[in-house]
Design a binder for this molecule. Structure first.
Ligand SMILES: *[C@@H]1O[C@H](CO)[C@@H](O)[C@H](O)[C@H]1NC(C)=O
Length: 160
């Protein structure tokens, strides 16, 4: 997904057009994915910090389509997104609760949408980013930070 978008940027650069909003820079740093290594073992006791089964991924907004971010943690009593250091409003989350059949631990999954407008309106020192924070009885865990960038508009037309 992200690589595909970077591909579009590449073509656009070949055509000597300028990218909007840090596209070229985004493409340049694609290689340095900062995904934190996940622990090898899945916690089996209730007295553990939440473990992320799904973490939000870096993504590109293409045209005006919002992107969906998702994460899933276990054990987790509660889980929310934070974007650019601020809590995303509870109403903007869709969350699903389930129980792991083998361990009996609670799993929580949460989703948010990030719109093009939200990314465009953000003028921070770094890319727009979101991460999840999950709570268990023992404390909180944070997921990796996922960036959201605006992909180049692809205006390539093949007229042969
Ligand atoms: C995200 O947007 C889609 C389509 O607009 C909608 O179906 C979905 O429920 C939204 N998800 C969240 C978490 O708001």
């Amino acid at each position: 997904m992200g690589n595909r978008a970077a591909g579009y940027c590449f073509w656009r650069l070949l055509l000597l057009e300028l990218c909007t909003v840090g596209c070229a820079a985004g493409a340049a740093v694609r290689g340095s994915n900062n995904g934190d290594a996940l622990p090898e073992s899945i916690p089996s006791a209730p007295g553990t910090l939440p473990h992320f089964l799904v973490e939000p991924e870096d993504s590109y907004i293409i045209k005006s389509n919002p992107i969906a971010m998702r994460c899933r943690a276990m054990p987790s009593m509660q889980i929310f997104f934070k974007c650019n250091g601020e809590w995303v409003h509870q109403n903007e989350h869709v969350s699903v609760e389930s129980v792991d059949e083998t361990t009996g631990l609670k799993i929580r999954e949460v989703m948010i949408n990030v719109s093009r407008q939200q990314v465009e309106d953000f003028h921070g020192p770094e890319d727009y980013w979101c991460q999840c924070v999950a709570w268990s009885h023992l404390g909180t865990s944070k997921s990796r930070k996922a960036s959201v960038r605006i992909a180049c508009k692809w205006t390539i037309q093949m007229k042969l």
